[in-house]
Design a binder for this molecule. Structure first.
Ligand SMILES: *Cc1c(COP(=O)(O)O)cnc(C)c1O
Length: 621
């Protein structure tokens, strides 16, 4: 638990039992636990192939409750006169089952949705049939999007069209004229205060979205002139996702609160102050301002929003607005994890002890062997440096045809053994020099793993986002290997070699030796953004999914959703099944008719081709 930081990033949802298996506690309740290894064993029995994504819908419920309760708690603590109302920004995870679960959990709080495109609006209207829940429409609006939102506003009382840029206003006026009504409106402002962390550029004056102070004044004037000022109800800002530093949130709320007060004094009856997203997730568990972390808790976030709003409203003598937040990442990240099996190591572990040196072998080989044998705690720095020169000699001799491949290979095994020993001595003696730290990466094993970085954790590849990674069993055995994870794609970016660490970033992960039994690794906190950003690189498709539910202390697999078959992925890229089979058949027939392949064999080739189209896209072992 300490080594992999389970408690630091797990937020109470993850634990390890005495048998060394990873546990999930969807309600943070000691009595409600799911043993991930047992779930995986059950899936194997059901012949569900790896990788498999495990979803725990009850974690979603718990997060929704925690978010609302944090705000409600802050509201009573500071005796804030307004309410809190959240909306789920659907772009964070558009999966139907996920959104439905969130809405179900949030029903008692009036949890609503936020959309940023026409497609998302269409989905939201089907997902949330309550006429009274909040529906926030952000994003660039063309005539069609606006028209759809106007229509929807007749059946959704609390639909708010947020103006993201000044040019949207004429479109809104045109719709209002032709349709004869005006929905509730909001303005998205660009604050001078910026966020912090990876998405810092989503806020500040140069941000892609948001209105400047003068834009807002223009809009207020125009709305007044057209007689629609009473429809302007929401003041919205969004600092960008994963805000690492609480100070930035404090500064932003203060600026937004001042804007709210100013608008109020101008006679604009703003009902909602929408603080957007940005509430972070502590992926590396360091509670720091590193990009994969955050230096505050959900409760602290809520406290700051409520406290500052309260303070400013009292100072300015304006009524407290309903506080809205669009937290997506913090609500969804914890609920899913990916489990996959390991095929083996990229290179065999050769035992340097077994290297035999013959009489006719060059002296460089016996020198390498002596270095290996005599290397110890005292001399390892010097001996390692000697070995570097010997290794260079060895390669030069091979290139000059002075030694053969067998001799080169023997030398390589001995050199690797020296590196391994030196790296262990460096660790034992607390030698932290860069040279020996790099050595640990050189001697690390490369585990071949059954998943695709591009499909399952695109943010690792795209923006260097770190996720917790660890074996889901054997956690009562000390891991004796260092390794990186190679994915199943043939892209050299398809490798995980950056791992969370309390202080730094680790380039290798502590792993167990592979034995006869399968070895399973999990990647955690994948529930935000990864589901739809994932792509089909190398034609690896969407993964098998199992939804796990706990009831009376027992876990059960409630639903299994099969991942893509080869045929499904191919058809996404317009490979029509019939076209493919016909084309391949032509090739086979061409060869068969020339007598190069027998009829019987040709039949088998074609059958195999058609069978594979039905299979899961990942590796089978
Ligand atoms: C993406 C987005 C969010 C969600 O942000 P999180 O950091 O995931 O909570 C909220 N509001 C808007 C406008 C967004 O674009």
């Amino acid at each position: 638990m300490e080594l992999y930081g389970v408690q630091r990033w797990g937020s109470g949802y993850f634990d390890v039992d005495k048998e060394g298996n990873l546990l999930v506690r969807p309600n943070k309740n000691e009595l409600q636990t799911a043993n991930v290894k047992a779930i995986v064993d059950r899936l194997v029995k059901k012949k569900i192939g790896f990788p498999v994504l495990l979803r725990f819908p009850q974690i979603l419920d718990h997060r929704v409750n925690e978010l609302h309760e944090s705000f409600n708690d802050a509201i009573s603590r500071y005796e804030y006169g307004g309410k809190y109302q959240a909306v789920f920004p659907i772009k964070v995870n558009q999966r139907k089952e996920v959104v439905l679960e969130l809405l179900k959990a949030g029903k008692k709080y009036g949890y609503g949705l936020e959309v940023g495109t026409k497609s998302e609006l269409l989905a939201a209207l089907a997902l949330d049939p309550k006429p009274s829940s909040l529906l926030v429409c952000n994003g660039f609006k063309d005539e069609r999007f606006a028209n759809l939102a106007f229509d929807a506003s007749l059946v959704k009382e609390k639909l708010i069209i947020v103006l993201d840029e000044i040019g949207e206003l004429p479109t809104i006026f045109e719709q209002a004229k032709s349709l004869g009504h005006m929905p509730l409106l909001g303005v998205r402002v660009k604050l001078h205060m910026r966020g912090a962390g990876r998405w810092i550029s989503s806020g500040g004056e140069l941000a892609k979205f948001g209105l400047s102070g003068s834009d807002v004044l223009d809009i207020v004037e125009s709305l007044k002139k057209e007689g629609h000022l009473d429809k302007l109800r929401m003041l919205h800002f969004h600092l960008g996702s994963q805000i690492t530093h609480i100070k930035r949130i404090q500064d932003a709320i203060r600026e937004a609160a001042r804007l709210y007060a100013e608008l109020h004094k101008m006679g604009v009856d703003i009902e909602y102050l929408n603080v957007g997203g940005g509430l972070g997730v502590d992926y590396d568990g360091s509670k720091s301002v590193s990009e994969s972390s955050m230096n505050y808790s959900m409760q602290e976030y809520a406290n700051n929003v409520v406290y500052i709003m309260n303070l400013v409203c009292e100072e300015e003598g304006v009524p407290p607005p309903t506080l809205v937040s669009e937290s997506g990442r913090a609500v969804t990240a914890h609920h899913s994890l990916l489990v996959f099996n390991v095929k083996g190591k990229m290179h065999a572990d050769q035992d340097p002890e077994k290297v035999k040196i013959a009489e006719e072998d060059p002296i460089v080989l016996s020198e390498l062997r002596d270095t290996y044998v005599e290397l110890n705690k005292k001399n390892f720095v010097e001996y390692y440096h000697d070995a570097l020169i010997l290794k260079e000699d060895l390669v030069n001799m091979f290139n000059l045809a002075q030694i053969d491949l067998r001799q080169l290979a023997s030398g390589e095994i001995l050199f690797k053994g020296i590196c391994q020993k030196a790296s262990e001595f460096a660790k034992d003696t607390g030698n932290r020099s860069k040279e020996f730290e790099n050595l640990r990466n050189i001697v690390a094993s490369r585990y071949i793993c059954n998943f695709s970085v591009f499909q399952s954790l695109p943010d690792y590849w795209g923006v260097g986002q770190l996720f917790p990674v660890m074996p889901i069993h054997r956690l009562n055995e000390p891991p004796d290997q260092y390794g990186t994870l190679l994915d199943a794609t043939c892209d050299s970016d398809g490798e995980i070699d950056q791992f969370i660490d309390i202080r730094d970033i680790k380039e290798v992960l502590e792993l167990h030796s592979l034995g006869d039994q399968p070895y399973y690794i999990g990647i955690f906190l994948l529930g935000a953004y990864q589901d739809t950003l994932g792509d089909f690189h190398n034609l690896f498709g969407s993964v098998n999914e199992a939804h796990v539910h706990l009831k009376n202390g027992e876990w059960q697999i409630k639903q299994i959703i099969k991942g893509s078959t080869v045929g499904e992925v191919l058809s996404l890229f317009k490979y029509d099944r019939e076209w493919m089979t016909t084309a391949f058949k032509k090739l086979v027939e061409n060869v068969t008719s020339k007598g190069k392949v027998e009829r019987k064999e040709a039949k088998k080739i074609l059958k195999d081709y058609e069978r594979e189209v039905e299979e899961y896209t990942y590796l089978k072992f």
